[in-house]
Design a protein around this ligand. Structure first.
Ligand code: NAG
Ligand code: NAG
Ligand code: NAG
Ligand code: NAG
Ligand code: NAG
Length: 417
């Protein structure tokens, strides 16, 4: 087989930033140099979000098998970027993506656009909840000499409302500036200097962004926040700013798993679910037990209880090179010289070089609007139970109507950014 000497490459980078927060996610893909229809699914968005969650949990397990530190990423951003790639690919590459993303069962031979259509409906559903501050965007930056297939361009415009811009990547400095300005504008100046360098051979870059701004439905009073020990393991203790509040919360006890679950709602239909392993329980054992069906059981079995919640304030930033992880999850071909991206361009010789995902989260007392009246309705007798998050924990930020996982993570040491 003749291997093109100058293969095109593609990178994705996602950056999210959340401040009680806001989260911004950016995924970018750069295609360098040129190289090559399938059929899609019939189902509803509940089916899709379940499949997405299953994929997210597998990806989480893969990441946690490589990283023993804090973890944070956006499953929705990754699934969405790769669905755009699904539209670009054919043959073996397409089949691998479909299976790897766990979407094979949704495919319907006679409805080739069903999967992107479901994504479109899911995104519409999530963002329709009135004043929920969740903005998503996709943009395609293309070298002037690279020919993007008209059909692909139309599809990502119609399903993802993608902007398409021409950028001469040969001028790397100018391109970096142009793309950073674009993102800065898109995110209302919240995210700047996303990209610092570019390969001069880049032919195309696909960027996907998610920006989430959530205010707690029950904000914490910063006056009560105080320094508390957090037990990383048997030997390491750090001091963290612990936020404290007493109210009625939804929680459940997963006895077989050895962990407790607490829901901290944001306003407008999005919540954070905290999974706290019981004292003495090894969190790496729980790592392997987190699945989509387990998640749905937690959500179903939550019960309203009076609680004192002690929750560390934290922020962190994580980056992942998914091109090292995804081949192991059954998707090697898109990163190889046999990548079939013919639906993206007839130019040929193109493959994905990098998939970078960068995510930032900041969790504090208030979020943007601090005023939700709360902390009332506590009966004075009967002391509340205490839910103290003072050891490694997991968290999931999800859209409740559709059970869509927007973000997920693991905090081992809240003082490590
Ligand atoms: C979605 O489809 C599944 C079967 O594929 C069905 O069980 C479920 O009730 C449907 N949900 C909605 C909201 O229509
Ligand atoms: C891509 O896949 C299609 C469908 O299987 C096939 O016809 C085509 O030859 C493939 N192209 C390359 C470059 O592998
Ligand atoms: C979003 O999807 C859920 C679950 O399928 C459904 O119950 C809800 O009515 C939908 N909301 C909107 C605004 O479409
Ligand atoms: C891209 O930029 C390079 C260097 O700045 C220039 O030589 C080349 O002509 C440009 N290509 C196009 C198609 O504008
Ligand atoms: C925090 O304490 C200050 C000073 O005592 C007070 O003015 C403020 O109202 C308090 N904030 C809240 C949210 O209770």
């Amino acid at each position: 087989m003749v291997v093109p000497s100058n293969l095109p490459r593609l990178g994705i980078l996602a950056l999210d930033k959340m401040k009680t927060g806001w989260i911004f996610i950016l995924s970018y893909m750069c295609f360098l140099i040129p190289l090559h229809q399938a059929q899609l699914p019939s189902a509803n968005i509940s089916d899709l979000s379940f499949k997405n969650m299953d994929f997210a949990m597998s990806l989480y397990r893969k990441i946690s098998s490589y990283h023993d530190k804090n973890i944070f990423f956006s499953p929705l951003s990754i699934s969405t970027s790769f669905t755009a790639l699904l539209l670009a690919s054919d043959g073996v590459t397409y089949e691998e993506l479909l299976k790897g993303l766990n979407l094979k069962q949704l495919e319907k031979a006679n409805q080739p656009e069903l999967i992107p259509r479901l994504f479109q409906l899911l995104h519409e559903n999530i963002t329709q909840s009135g004043s929920l501050k969740l903005d998503e965007g996709m943009a395609l930056f293309v070298h002037p000499e690279f020919e993007v297939a008209k059909n692909f361009e139309n599809q990502i415009k119609s399903f993802f409302d993608a902007d398409i811009k021409t950028v001469n990547f040969t001028d790397t400095k100018g391109s970096v500036k142009f793309i950073n300005e674009y993102i800065k504008k898109k995110t209302e100046d919240k995210v700047t200097e996303i990209i610092s360098n570019l390969d001069a051979e880049t032919q195309l870059m696909l960027i996907n962004t998610i920006f989430f701004q959530g205010a707690w439905e029950l904000p914490f009073n910063p006056n009560f926040t105080q320094s508390y020990p957090f037990y990383i393991d048997n030997y390491n203790v750090v001091q963290v700013p612990m936020m404290i509040q007493e109210d009625k919360f939804y929680m459940m006890d997963d006895v077989p798993l050895g962990a407790k679950v607490l829901k901290l709602p944001y306003k407008k239909g999005v919540s954070m679910l905290i999974l706290l392993p019981n004292k003495g329980m090894d969190y790496t054992v729980i790592d392997d037990e987190i699945t989509a069906s387990r998640f749905l059981t937690w959500v179903r079995e939550l019960q309203r209880t009076k609680l004192e919640v002690n929750m560390p304030r934290f922020k962190m930033e994580q980056s992942y090179s998914l091109h090292h992880l995804l081949p192991d999850m059954g998707m090697p071909s898109i990163f190889s010289n046999s990548a079939n991206l013919t639906k993206l361009s007839k130019d040929g010789g193109i493959k994905v070089s990098e998939v970078l995902h960068k995510a930032v989260i900041e969790v504090d007392e208030t979020g943007t609007t601090a005023a939700a009246a709360t902390a009332i309705g506590i009966t004075p007798y009967s002391l509340p139970r205490i839910f103290t998050i003072n050891r490694p924990f997991f968290f999931f930020i999800y859209h409740e109507d559709t059970n869509t996982l927007l973000f997920m993570g693991r905090v081992i040491d809240p003082t490590q950014n």
